[in-house]
Design a binder for this molecule. Sequence first.
Ligand SMILES: [Zn+2]
Length: 392
Amino acid sequence: MHFVFRIQKNCHHTRARAGIFHTPHGKIHTPTFISCGTKATVKAMTPEELKNLGAEIILANTYHLMLRPGADLIAKMGGLHQWMHWDRPLLTDSGGFQVFSLADRRKILQNGVEFRSHLDGTKHFLTPEKAIRIQEKLGADIIMCFDECAPGDSDKKYTREAMIRTHQWAKICKKTHENHCHPEPVEGYNEKHIVQKFPQALFPIIQGGIFSDLRIESTKFMADLDFPGIAIGGLSVGESKEDMYHVLEIIEPHLPKQKLHYLMGVGNPEDIVEAVARGVDMFDCVLPTRYARHGAFFAENERKHIKNACYIKDKQPLVKNCACYSCQNYTRSYLRHLCMENEILGSRLLSIHNLHFLLELMRTIRKQIEKGTFEHFYRQFPWRIKKNSKKK
Ligand SMILES: [Zn+2]
């Protein structure tokens, strides 16, 4: 077994769990956060810096890489790990999410999606089989089934159709993956036959919008297919937070307990804590680095903006007692200046802080679960309290 998930501790009051997911490129301690390296780089960060922050897994986007520079080139360069100099676990998405968000540039057919590239308008056809083949070439540890994420405002009829397509595609992805899977590491690369250097774990994606019966149906369907982990997609796409938490709550009893649960595209601290309490083990989101490039940073209980005039003469770090490199060495005043002048260093220093903040949050959550004090931590979590008090 190349991919094993072991749960070490369950919270007795919530559905939170602490575990370890073993992969050919090392262990992932859960709950965990995946930093997003959309175009095979976590923007402005070196792999060494990510490791220093404690990142155990990062993600790259299939859609962007298949268009440029192309999966064949990356395979020839030794696969994503070698090419981008990252020797820890890696995950690639299926490309589906970006293709479906192209709206007027794509046409959905029963066997795949026809679309025009956002780069140069060239025509492409992505199918479940192709999505797997491309991800095999990229060579990440965890790869994803091709799915259709229906827009957040879709009606039930359309959401159901997209869900059924996603189910059929998951079966095709599984079959394609099993036919091409080489369980043992193989040295070298043969251009005619892409040979996997390392085994890969394929995860399916639960869909169904905000409709309880569809979500439960989708969860049961994917659980029955018996993959090494299971992802929850189509959330954080415009629905209310209450709807998102409700979906997580109702599907939890139907998720396979011994498998890794991955909530896609969620990275707000209060959402992470709420989702962990509902049994989620893994998250990914572009927010920490995207916020950083726009001058936003995670503070004690909310997101703040460094470009705000109140920081002009502020000698404090971004967050008091934060152990990150940026907070240890720079004042808000200086960081504000860098961001106002669009200096690259400003984005870098805020990215370091934001990634540290989320990775440290995950480590704290894990410790709280291990100690048996997660429920108290969850109830008192400042971001959550702030959000709830704003609502009233
Ligand atoms: Zn910091």
